[in-house]
Design a protein around this ligand. Structure first.
Ligand SMILES: [Zn+2]
Length: 456
């Protein structure tokens, strides 16, 4: 059942969403929000029968009691791909379009007439495949723009005699999602990260010199970091009024470098192919996108601070994401106030710890157990001596912890070893810290500062 809607209807859907995301939906309390969300989820459940996978489950349980739906993951989604979408698209066809797009770097082809195909980043194992309809893309754009654009940018958009808003995107995959919102008021420039970064810099410099530098800069955190370093060194004179970090965990050191370079802290979009998961507000808090996604929490440890989310996106109607277990570990502050200074009652994340394989697993000092060292702790330890190096990576291989430092000052490796050893002993575990030479990385790959390469 293809949604046949016109371009005008799509734009309308985006504008309504823009307004809702920006000015709408304020709740009295978290309880009021939960009741509202529950009604949305119930309405969504009635639409599940459009997907054969859920129709079969619900048909097998015709009783009055609500069926407890299974938790699914990437493997289940790939195995049951044909039954989990409501348009009868086959995995082979979707995969064919996605792989062809990645190879040709032309992301315009669609499947089923109008669906774009996204591939989740595959650091290990098979990659997830996700279908998105034009309407879903528009709702996404409305939410992101409505939540993140500053007042000045919105005025620019609305006043036809002003120049259009220029948005520069640094992306690893296609801009199809973003191109859908291009208009006479918004100009997008795409910088494909699989192409030469120096050529992109030259283009950006030329644009800035001609007075056409970007108003809004959108890039993965590691790319923002690289651009901010060049701006800081006087090699790149752009003056974005809004900087948005996407696709990677935004670490505090990158955030402060961006603020130093362009005078304002970056806003953050925590987005996976599986959905739009969190957005930062004007007060710098990263809010879960609970207006369209329900987050069940699979707690890690017993202090109520870390969980793996199981997400249900109750707005998707093409490929259903229901009780989908993500790979990421999220962190919350149990003592956080119910309401953020921005007025929202949605959950504020204390941090995104990233993939589960960003957690080091090291033997306890008595050798009887494995101890988990969470990435925020490792990052804090690395931040202590960060004046002594430009960047760093940590890799757990077997039971050893390998460290690479970029441009280390004399004595920096020794200080890092000491900082990590004292961290490990505070956690009651130990590991040999091994230093290896720095290796430059391809900006086309997602930056992973901490990675457990081998499961001990
Ligand atoms: Zn807030």
């Amino acid at each position: 059942m293809r949604e046949r809607i016109s371009r005008a209807q799509l734009t309308g859907a985006m504008l309504v969403r823009f307004g809702m995301a920006r000015w709408g939906r304020r709740f009295r309390s978290r309880a009021a929000f939960d009741a509202w969300q529950e009604r949305r989820v119930q309405r969504f459940r009635r639409r599940l029968v459009a997907a054969p996978f859920y129709r079969a489950l619900l048909d097998a349980n015709p009783g009055r009691r609500p069926v407890r739906l299974p938790v699914v993951d990437k493997t289940v989604h790939l195995e049951h791909f044909d039954g989990l979408n409501t348009r009868g698209i086959r995995l082979a066809d979707a995969l064919g379009v996605a792989l062809e797009a990645e190879q040709s770097r032309d992301f315009s082809p669609t499947v089923g007439g109008d669906l774009t195909v996204g591939l989740s980043s595959g650091t290990s194992g098979r990659r997830g495949v996700f279908l998105v309809s034009p309407r879903e893309r528009m709702l996404w754009a409305g939410t992101v723009l409505g939540r993140l654009l500053d007042a000045g940018s919105v005025r620019r958009l609305l006043l036809p005699w002003r120049p259009p808003l220029r948005i520069a995107f640094f992306l690893r995959a296609g801009g199809g999602l973003y191109e859908s919102v291009a208009s006479s008021r918004v100009r997008f420039t795409f910088f494909d990260l699989t192409e030469s970064f120096d050529a992109h810099l030259a283009e950006l410099r030329a644009a800035a010199d001609a007075g056409r530098g970007p108003d809004v800069l959108v890039a993965p955190a590691s790319v923002l970091d690289a651009l901010a370093r060049r701006a800081d060194a006087g090699e790149l004179r752009i003056r974005p009024r809004l900087v948005i970090s996407v696709a990677e965990v935004l670490e505090p050191d990158t955030a402060s470098r961006v603020e130093l370079a362009w005078g304002r802290p970056p806003r953050q979009v925590y987005q996976a192919t599986e959905g739009l998961l969190a957005l930062s507000c004007g007060h710098g808090a990263l809010h879960l996108n609970e207006e369209t996604v329900r987050f069940e929490r699979e707690w890690q440890g017993d202090d109520g601070t870390r969980f793996v989310p199981i997400v249900t996106d109750f707005e998707r109607s093409t490929q259903l994401v229901v009780r989908y277990r993500l790979d990421d570990v999220l962190r919350v502050d149990p003592a956080a106030p119910e309401r953020c200074a921005c007025g929202r009652v949605t959950t504020v994340l204390a941090g995104v710890d990233g993939r589960e394989d960003s957690v080091l697993r090291l033997p306890s000092i008595d050798g009887r157990a494995m101890v988990e060292v969470f990435p925020d702790a490792a990052r804090r330890a690395m931040a202590v001596g960060s004046a002594g190096y430009a960047d760093w990576r940590i890799r757990q291989r077997g039971l050893d912890v390998h460290v690479r430092l970029e441009e280390p000052a004399p004595g920096a490796p020794k200080a890092v070893t000491a900082a990590l050893e004292s961290l490990f002993s505070a956690y009651g575990c130990h590991a040999a810290v091994v230093h290896a030479p720095w290796e430059p990385e391809d900006p086309a790959h997602k930056r992973r500062r901490i990675l457990r390469e081998v499961t001990p």
